[in-house]
Design a protein. Structure first.
Length: 85
């Protein structure tokens, strides 16, 4: 999963511990990559990221799921469990 974020983004900072907890609970079944849109604007443009935080889950180069904005731990964990079986 790629977390599109910026250092100045308050909701992005709020999501960091939520993301860490969800990834830990999924026990390595999903890897988290953080992509700073200020340092990589071309990647944000390529994937149509218009607001942050924004998350895209990839499997073998294909987008399986995407969502923008703040999410509760419960909602994010529920969404991810649908992909890790």
């Amino acid at each position: 999963m790629v977390d599109f974020y910026a250092d100045w983004c308050g909701p992005c900072q709020t999501m960091n511990p939520v993301l860490d907890e969800v990834i830990a609970e999924l026990d390595g079944k999903i890897k988290l990559f953080k992509l700073n849109i200020d340092k990589n604007p071309q990647a944000a443009q390529q994937f149509g990221v218009r607001s942050i935080p924004h998350y895209i889950l990839f499997k073998r180069g294909k987008i399986l799921w995407r969502k923008g904005g703040y999410m509760t731990k419960r909602d994010l964990l529920q969404a991810m469990k649908g992909f890790v079986g």
